[in-house]
Design a protein around this ligand. Structure first.
Ligand code: ARG
Length: 460
């Protein structure tokens, strides 16, 4: 006997195999879409009523039934059945149990294909808004730390070797900029997420006199998907979201790598509050930066979801294919991972303390002001290439004598170039070096202050 609860059972001669049921069911994970599924169904039912496709009395029954179901779901009392495959069929079956034929009329002019695409878009839109709020929170956290260290000098690195002195505030603002672009990407993706697929039905549209614009307005969409085949089948909006998420994670992974290095005893630049670290079960001296390490690790996981979604789409002919059911777990996990990471990161930055002396000490090693000496000579008339060569020789001598450039003293420096006078020591200092880079985007404390003010205005 056929199980009559199946929405499509009339066509079949034997029940679906148990293993196949488990293989094809999505209810274990797509029940997460339930509230959006109900929201979409309500808008659809009201439009059907408004257009005279179903009776207003049926609309009232559907509203009543869905309200009760929503309450049951929120109270954790709703029983999800694997036999009913997915979130859509579970809710529809329960509705029909409650309100009879009106429930059976809800699916008029609709398919699960446009229904699921609508649900995912509604869920993703809300998720994007949450992501944007949390990026902003993290940016504010960054700005506070940058403000406290607008003139703290640290070594800037290229090739992980000391290059030129920078201010710590300036270094932090680099991540502010990355996050600013990340937020732009989500805002931009949101415009394309926020289009209504409903009305596409299974793939070709429907013969009922529906009003898609009415449904779009009711659900807060900016407009409808313009082609029914595209509406039910493409998941590029999910791919865009995951791509933007993978980029945020990549940025935070780079930051994490630095936090890990800086907090290691070799660097000793920062200390991460104990609540973000763990100890070792065998080595009593250890304090491990678990949170940044996990952010770095989870970045691979989110990038994996991006690649999985791209692979999911690449060979699908139009229109809907069941492959698309596989979009959800990776997408949900991407959102969960990203949201948690952003939240914990904003807190962790507030738990960072800085050892200014250690930063300064590191900046004063490694000839960080060698470029400043070259620039000094250029300003006195020497061509840059000659200045570069001259300073290289001075550095070599300082290496041999195991001292820094300033400690060579004026007579030794003048042996390299007669252009050097005693004002050279101003440019050889760390403070002089950073202060001289005083233009938009430069590391001078004055610029850092200005950039922070601009950023606060942008976030306000
Ligand atoms: N659970 C399905 C999904 O996530 C819903 C759509 C099913 N449509 C179908 N024709 N089987 O994609």
């Amino acid at each position: 006997m056929q199980d009559k609860s199946k929405a499509w059972s009339g066509r079949f001669n034997e029940p679906v195999a148990e293993l196949v049921k488990r293989y094809t069911a999505s209810v274990e994970f797509d029940q997460r879409l339930a509230e959006f599924d109900i929201e979409g169904s309500l808008a659809h039912a009201r439009m059907l009523g408004h257009q005279g496709i179903i009776a207003m009395s049926d609309v009232a029954s559907i509203e009543q039934g869905l309200a009760e179901i929503l309450q049951d779901i929120r109270d954790g009392k709703f029983e999800w059945l694997l036999d009913l495959e997915d979130v859509h069929l579970n809710i529809e079956k329960r509705l029909t149990d409650k309100v009879g034929d009106a429930g059976k009329r809800l699916h008029t002019g609709r398919s699960r294909n446009d229904q699921v695409a609508t649900d995912v878009r509604l869920w993703l839109r809300a998720t994007v808004d949450d992501v944007l709020a949390r990026i902003r929170k993290l940016q504010l956290s960054l700005l506070d730390l940058a403000e406290a260290h607008f003139d703290t000098v640290m070594p800037g690195f290229t090739h992980l070797q000391v290059a030129q002195p920078v201010t710590f505030g300036h270094h932090l603002l680099a991540y502010y900029e990355m996050l600013k672009r990340d937020a732009e990407r989500f805002t931009d993706a949101r415009r394309r997420i926020n289009r209504l697929p409903l009305g596409a039905a299974a793939l070709a549209g429907t013969s009922y006199p529906i009003d898609r614009e009415m449904v779009a307005r009711a659900l807060g969409f900016d407009g409808v998907c313009e082609n029914s085949l595209d509406a039910v089948s493409d998941r590029d909006f999910a791919i865009e979201f995951t791509s933007a998420a993978a980029l945020v994670m990549t940025h935070l992974s780079r930051f994490s790598e630095e936090l890990i290095l800086w907090s290691s005893p070799r660097f000793g630049f920062i200390d991460i509050a104990d609540r973000f670290c763990t100890g070792s079960s065998i080595m009593p001296q250890k304090k491990n930066p678990d949170v940044p390490e996990l952010v770095r690790g989870k970045t691979g996981r989110v990038t994996g979801h991006l690649v999985a979604l791209l692979m999911l789409m690449k060979a699908q002919p139009l229109a809907y294919n069941k492959d698309n059911q596989e979009d959800k777990e990776g997408l949900f996990d991407t959102a969960d991972t990203l949201l948690m990471t952003l939240e914990i990161y904003a807190d962790m930055l507030r738990g960072i303390s800085v050892d200014k002396a250690a930063m300064r000490q590191a900046a004063s090693e490694g000839f960080a002001t060698a470029t400043d000496l070259a620039d000094y000579l250029v300003k006195k008339g020497l061509p840059f290439r000659d200045a570069h060569e001259m300073v290289a020789k001075a550095v070599r001598q300082a290496v041999d004598q195991n001292c820094d450039l300033a400690s060579l003293g004026l007579p030794q420096l003048q042996a390299f170039s007669a252009l050097i006078e005693d004002d050279v020591f101003e440019v050889l200092t760390l403070e002089g070096s950073v202060a001289s880079r005083n233009h938009t985007g430069g590391t001078a404390p004055a610029q850092v202050k200005q950039a922070i003010a601009g950023a606060r205005l942008h976030l306000a």
